[in-house]
Design a protein around this ligand. Structure first.
Ligand code: SF4
Length: 345
């Protein structure tokens, strides 16, 4: 395997030198820039990240700014990117670097790995790109590229496969480790595309690629999901008061969307009649209940299957926070899961 992968190092680096994309976060090798961009790029495509990254850096240009920003403001900057624990971990890690490391960004894979939210991939990316450490950074894109090149039919969703691929890449890692990792990422993002549609005719690794040579690009990589997704039914309420304000509330500190603001919601589906009783039990007098239809939001391990209602209520009470739509959009990060109903104001 090592011999096979050794052959791709040089052509890949030559290709990358000519084709490297000039993203905003690639303008220098500042670890703060690389870190924020890598965290944003997890589970999000490059195109939307560009605008989020520019806005984030304008608001929080340094590690100190990130460490000192309020959580509310940070979540507002992150609004729409999803997976909000990523933003919270960025915050925590920045505070740790400021308090425990005197503001000096950790420079090795091992030290980076100790920070919240920094896993094997991100530690490898920062250590290799910013500090030249010879360590791989293996994500889904790279697993796909390597599986196709070596013709591996192992399930790339298994941790053991990831460990194996990491070891193969470690064995051939050149001194230009950052460029090598970025070249593999970029090939995966732009050429060796998923779902059986790689652009092999434009690929610099065609002659070394087993999947291409054997016509297996549609079969590889093998991805067998072992996690069973949970489906949760929910009733979501857009409560609108006599003053035209909307009810929101803060979620608990733990679990899914921890600490975020949300529209009031209850597990399970409610009929309009059952909803009427529920609202009265909250000391809220409904005047009119209008169904808003269904919406679905997919999280990593759970799907929310939602039914929504717009409820005009007689008066605001202290159970919720009541905000105008303008205040909601300007100051509160409402998770994407609720956006469908928020738009029904
Ligand atoms: S030849 Fe095709 S399948 Fe092989 S690495 Fe290149 S793009 Fe991917």
């Amino acid at each position: 395997m090592q011999e096979h992968l050794q052959k791709i190092v040089s052509p890949l680096l030559v290709w990358y030198a000519k084709n490297r994309k000039d993203y905003l976060w690639r303008q220098d090798k500042d670890p703060y820039h690389v870190w924020v961009s890598e965290i944003m790029l997890q589970q999000t495509r490059i195109e939307p990240v560009k605008a989020y990254y520019a806005r984030f850096m304008q608001a929080l240009p340094t590690l100190e700014d990130l460490g000192r920003v309020s959580e509310e403001q940070l979540l507002k900057l992150w609004e729409g990117l999803g997976y909000y624990s990523r933003a919270r971990n960025l915050h925590k890690a920045a505070q740790m670097i400021l308090s425990d490391c005197g503001g000096q960004f950790p420079q090795t894979y091992r030290e980076l790995r100790k920070l919240p939210g920094i896993g094997d991939y991100t530690a490898g990316a920062i250590a290799s790109i910013c500090f030249g450490e010879k360590v791989p950074a293996v994500d889904g894109n790279i697993l796909r590229v390597v599986a196709r090149i070596v013709g591996s039919d192992k399930n790339v969703l298994l941790n053991d496969t990831k460990k194996e691929v990491t070891a193969w890449l470690q064995a051939v890692m050149p001194s230009a480790s950052g460029d090598f990792n970025e070249a593999l990422m970029e090939l995966g993002e732009n050429i060796c595309l998923p779902n059986g549609s790689p652009l092999c005719e434009s690929c610099p690794l065609q002659e070394y690629c087993t999947a291409y040579q054997k016509g297996l690009t549609e079969q590889l990589p093998v991805r067998i999901k072992t996690v069973k997704r949970r489906q949760q039914e929910k009733t979501v309420l857009l409560l609108v008061s006599d003053k035209g304000r909307i009810a929101i509330e803060k979620r608990g500190d733990k679990g899914l969307l921890a600490g975020m603001y949300q529209l009031p919601n209850e597990d399970g589906y409610y009929t309009a009649e059952a909803l009427w009783d529920k609202l009265l039990s909250w000391q809220i007098e409904p005047l009119e209940i209008i169904p808003l239809g269904s919406s679905k939001h997919i999280f990593t391990h759970i799907d929310w299957l939602m039914e929504g209602f717009r409820v005009r209520v007689a008066a605001e009470n202290g159970r919720f926070l009541w905000v105008t739509p303008e205040e909601l959009h300007a100051h509160y990060a409402l998770p994407t899961a609720f956006k469908y109903y928020d738009r029904c104001y």
